[in-house]
Design a protein around this ligand. Structure first.
Ligand code: PXP
Length: 256
């Protein structure tokens, strides 16, 4: 199969519009309005993470996103019974399972699929039957990739946060090693029939080498884009991300 030839999709994560709204207990800025603007500006999908503590996205935001978006919604959540029943009620295009700890500032690591095979197999079965594409947010560890294939996930999203941190800390040799591990992970996942996505912490400076990985079909980007929107506006911030992604992709060698 000729991979890397198709358009790389950009999913825009709108959680942090809700973070600003919730900081003042107001009704604005509205994350649904941001999602519609991102959609108009060329986002291929919208990602929203309903956390157990509802610190940013709320249940009503998911209802409104499902009612108004024309691009697919990627519903990000922890693998809990509550989130499963919310996902089954809405049947979004995709459900991305992430680890969640109350004390963390953001999703800090990947999901440990390998240690939870039986429970996760049972957990995702009704979601798959409801027509949702189930994605596992994991690190590049081959054990986690193989376990994701074993439980029947359609997609893995590889966690790029560590690679981005190393870049911004100027630890370039370690960054390059992390990038090589992500590349190997993407290859392995693709060879096992998994669709490969990537995300977390990506910026204009770090997105290029990830966009150039031919197995990667979708990037999910939020925090940087919402921050950049303060200076440029969300539409132009997104257009520039698209330009950087697409030019890195065009310069990369397609793999077979
Ligand atoms: N993908 C997943 C699974 C995430 O948890 C997040 C953060 O919510 C992102 C992508 C986007 O990361 P960032 O907001 O750092 O761009």
């Amino acid at each position: 199969m000729n991979i890397g030839a198709g358009k790389l999709r950009l999913g825009v994560n709108i959680d942090h519009v809700a973070t600003v709204r919730n900081a003042r207990g107001s009704s604005y800025p509205d994350p649904v309005r941001a999602a519609l603007l991102a959609q108009t500006a060329g986002a291929d999908g919208i990602t929203a993470h309903l956390r157990e503590d509802r610190r940013h996205i709320r249940d009503a935001d998911i209802t409104a996103l499902m009612a108004t978006l024309t691009v697919p919604l990627n519903f990000e959540c922890a693998a809990t019974e509550e989130m499963q029943s919310i996902a089954l009620r809405h049947r979004p295009h995709a459900v991305c399972l992430v680890p969640e700890k109350r004390e963390e500032r953001t999703t800090e690591g990947g999901l440990d699929v390998a240690s939870d095979i039986e429970r996760l197999t049972d957990f995702i079965t009704p979601l798959r039957e409801a027509g949702c594409r189930v994605s596992m947010f994991i690190g590049h560890d081959p054990r986690q990739i193989e376990a994701s294939a074993r439980i029947g996930a359609a997609v893995v999203e590889l966690h790029t946060g560590h690679y981005c941190d190393l870049h911004h800390e100027d630890r370039f040799a370690e960054r390059d090693a992390e990038l090589a591990a992500l590349r190997d992970g993407a290859r392995l996942a693709h060879s096992l029939g998994l669709e490969v996505h990537a995300g977390h912490g990506l910026t204009y400076d770090t997105v290029g080498p990830i966009a150039a990985l031919p197995e990667v079909m979708e990037l999910n980007i939020g925090h940087f884009l919402i921050g950049e929107a303060i200076f440029r506006g969300l539409g132009p911030a997104l257009t520039e991300m698209r330009r950087v992604m697409d030019s890195a992709r065009a310069d990369a060698k397609p793999a077979r």
